[in-house]
Design a protein around this ligand. Structure first.
Ligand SMILES: [Zn+2]
Ligand SMILES: [Zn+2]
Length: 286
């Protein structure tokens, strides 16, 4: 029987445990090797481990909505979700190189991942519309693209992290025809025809709009993160905000440079000495 997640210690794993990151939000978990699924406590997404019905390669599928189809990461076949659920796989059948988002870094329950694509960037070689992953790991903020790591900065270098966009909105449009006609009968007929035309041409358009901007030293990245609602992303990224605030609080304040002028002798004599802004130069003539 699987243990509840809350009883699983997030420590170094033995052979009977497997380290897995949530594919939706990036939170790290240690799972018993025989588990075939887990629910992320951070974002609520359920992840299922399956063996591909076609090629038998074990893989993890994160699902926020349990309908539709899922694609095999190995052979590319796309099958209904229900078909995949007939082939559960234990966690230790997964490729260890693929269960972690950043395999070299320590497992971290407070790690967060934002998936999307680059809208604009000051990082050389990072072009608009490039799919990217922004990972807020324990000590680093890492931006990855298909070709590999594009940027790695420390939390103390992050000067701002902002979430924007209007979120998901739906618009309904139609031909906008109003009824009319001569006399009462004509008007009623006209209105009936108009409503038929409007019903036939009615369209609902759904627009997703979530943006994330990161500034760190000379680097700035604006990315589109439409998989997440802005309000949910703000809560999801609270561990990342906490780490940025902690790093800022521990940053060494730079002492203000004393202005050039005459000061008491730092050696302790009764004479005054002149500070030119960089070094002590001369004694005040008595
Ligand atoms: Zn999650
Ligand atoms: Zn396959």
């Amino acid at each position: 029987m699987a243990r509840p997640l809350s009883s699983i210690p997030a420590v170094a794993t033995s052979n009977s445990e497997v380290e897995v990151d949530c594919g939706h939000c990036g939170a790290g978990y240690v799972l018993p090797a025989d588990r075939t699924s887990f629910a992320c406590m951070s974002c609520g997404t359920s992840s299922y481990f399956h063996s591909c019905p076609a090629c038998d390669v074990a893989q993890c599928h994160a699902q926020s909505i349990p309908i539709g189809t899922l694609r095999c990461g190995a052979c590319g076949i796309e099958l209904p979700t229900g078909r995949w659920h007939m082939y559960p796989a234990p966690a230790d059948a997964l490729d260890p190189a693929r269960t972690r988002i950043l395999p070299g870094l320590p497992l971290d329950p407070a790690q967060r991942l934002v998936r999307g694509f680059v809208t604009a960037s000051s990082v050389p070689g990072l072009f608009p519309l490039t799919p990217c992953h922004l990972v807020f790991a324990a000590s680093w903020v890492v931006l990855s693209v298909a070709a590999g790591e594009a940027l790695r900065v420390r939390y103390s270098d992050v000067s701002s992290l902002q979430i924007g966009g209007a979120g998901t909105r739906s618009y309904s449009t139609n031909a906008g025809i109003r009824g009319g006609g001569f006399g009462l009968t004509g008007a009623l007929e006209g209105m009936a025809v108009a409503s038929l035309i409007n019903a036939a041409t009615s369209r609902t358009t759904t627009v997703h709009d979530t943006t994330l901007s990161l500034r760190a030293g000379p680097w700035a990245i604006l990315m589109n993160a439409d998989l997440y609602e802005p309000s949910i992303l703000r809560v999801m990224l609270s561990p990342a905000y906490h780490r940025i605030e902690q790093a800022a609080a521990h940053r060494q304040p730079q002492p203000p440079a004393p202005r050039a002028g005459w000061y008491p002798d730092p050696q302790g004599s009764a004479a005054q000495r002149y500070w030119d802004g960089a070094k002590w130069t001369e004694h005040h003539p008595e």
